[in-house]
Design a protein around this ligand. Sequence first.
Ligand code: BDP
Length: 740
Amino acid sequence: EDGYDLWLRYKAVEPQWRQTYAASTRQLVLPQRQSPTLRAAADELRRGIGGLLDIDIGAAEKVTGDGALILGTPQSSPLIGKLALPLGGLAAGGYLIRSEQVDGHRVTVIAANDDIGVLYGAFRFLQRMQTRRSLDDLAIAASPQVERRLLNHWDNLDRSVERGYAGQSIWDWWRLPDYRHPRYTDYARANASIGINGTVLNNVNADADILTPRYIDKAAALAEVFRPYGLRVYLSARFSAPMEIGGLGTADPKDPAVRRWWKDKASEVYAAIPDFGGFLVKANSEGQPGPQDYGRSHADGANMLADALGPHGGVVMWRAFVYAHDNPEDRAKQAYSEFKPLDGQFADNVILQVKNGPIDFQPREPFHPLFGAMPKTPLMMEFQITKEYLGFATHLAYLGPLYEEVLEADTCRIDSPLPRGQIGRTADLGAEGARAAGERQGRRESVGPGPGERAADACTGQATVASVVDGSLHDYRHTGIAGVANIGRDRDWSGSVFNQANWYVFGRLAWNPQDSARAVAEDWLKMTFSPDSAFVQRAADMMMASREAVVDYMTPLGLAHLMATGHHYGPGPWVSELARPEWNPAYYHRADAGGIGFDRTAEGSNAAAQYAPPVAERFASRTAVPEKYLLWFHHLPWDHSMPSGRDLWAELVHRYDRGVAQVEKMRADWAQLEPFVDRQRFVQTGAFLAIQEREARWWRDASIAYFRKVSGRELPEGVRPPAYALEHYRGQSFPRAPGH
Ligand code: BDP
């Protein structure tokens, strides 16, 4: 077990389950009209049922007995056509899985309006067996809530991966297009199994060469492999490509020759890849070229590309991740300040891609204030799956709770057009989906006024970030969610088995942003390791606590961006001399003898005011702000008293200790789970947890050593002093850390 099979292992089920499942998988009735996608669905069912039940389910032309499995669309299968199923309510890619009667026989139908829905349904049917759910009396109707569910690869053409910790790029550019590694197919299968339907192949810090004929051919070969699995190819475009590979003297978006060049380029790409998805663009950000180089706006730049792609049905995903060194404004404010005034100025096929938080994929950030603030511009979410700031590939940090926390945050925006009336809808009908949604509803944490505070109509829990992303709040014409991939050439794809869970949960939440991180973790554990509930419950507890542990030992209480220079790995709160102020951890924590934290209230940068008034009010209040965002929004004296009864200094130390203790617990818990896990994956995970424990201590010790020095305070009583003096931690360097 080297992890290659991901969550699609299809290991034999226990004998009692085998019997009941076999009764529903006696024959496979295929559609009359075949297509590569329908063939992929049938192949997957054969492979899955073969592994799970040790049955070779033969193909049949018609139902001849109980227990048949019928798949297809009304167009491809007359049998399904005749059943008059309620397919009308499904979105593209949606499916039904239903127990039905055909000619007096008990059958199960996997039906959709489009072939890809059938493939998604096939994976879902297999998932039921993988997670030991019943196959009786099925009435599942599922539709994706978000149209574009994309991976963003930060892969370079030399096969290095920016912020990638799972080896080199899986794209073997050199041998493409001639050699198509079988891995590409497994990649597409894995993505289809969780509903991911697009992939941006190359880094946002793009090389213009990706748009040369040679590379377009290579991308086209990948697109061909992916097509049956519903995975469309997109590319990151470099704004100055007309100069670098087009021989023009400018990339000015108003220049007719530049506009012509992009139009021709788009036609060339579509000639090679007819279902090409579009361009992702990082412009005027961290030194990348962009329209502002010519005194034009982001809208001018995006619209030029949109114009070129529009006739072919492509979109432009324009990133809002911008901050400029010559801008004295708080970095957390810059994206909002630049983009909010452009609302309404973007072409129809532009989507603004916004990171989950206002700075940069930190272990914790409040949601980005642009969500809910751009009613006339489709915004899509950008999450990071690769753990750039959360311990790379070795630390165990399940990101489901991070994604969930952001998606369920209430933007409290009432100043948007009337909702479609579908807000809060449950994607996946059927008991399980409803239960998951109910569970989340019960413990939903609002950032608007709490009980007993001033009633605010806006904070009804309806205008969540999820409702922005799924388009329901503003009735967006496009919806999307992107995850920066953690995939590389390592046999286990993601650098560790537990990192696979982050790819998995990203896909599941992209399909249904209302889904529960816990429920998804449990599914993943069952499929990846063992369905035994003694294992699943304990391992899920461990996963659910893991991200908070990282927050605690790296950046507790709303601190952020405290890592050392370049690699984003170890602690570096002392770093204060880098050329750009906002590259320095000291810029973010602002600790001195008087206190710690970034004042983003009206007395400070006033970044809190970028949120809707009820949220802004809460964030700006020292008492009402959720503790987890305390030092994100407030600069407080070290003796500020905390709800726990401790003062701020003691609380900070306590959080660092809590993080380390949690990792120790994870390690001990994992050791208990040995009986449920194969040797190879057990040993690897154990070794990685040992690394994590050592490094959690390192983070804790270095941070406490530093903050003790700047605060001039003594360690609270009973607290273990850092293992070394501050100078020791300052002296560490990691010149060959991966991923940059
Ligand atoms: C930062 C990364 C950098 C990326 C940048 C981005 O450190 O490598 O290029 O984000 O998203 O987190 O553009």
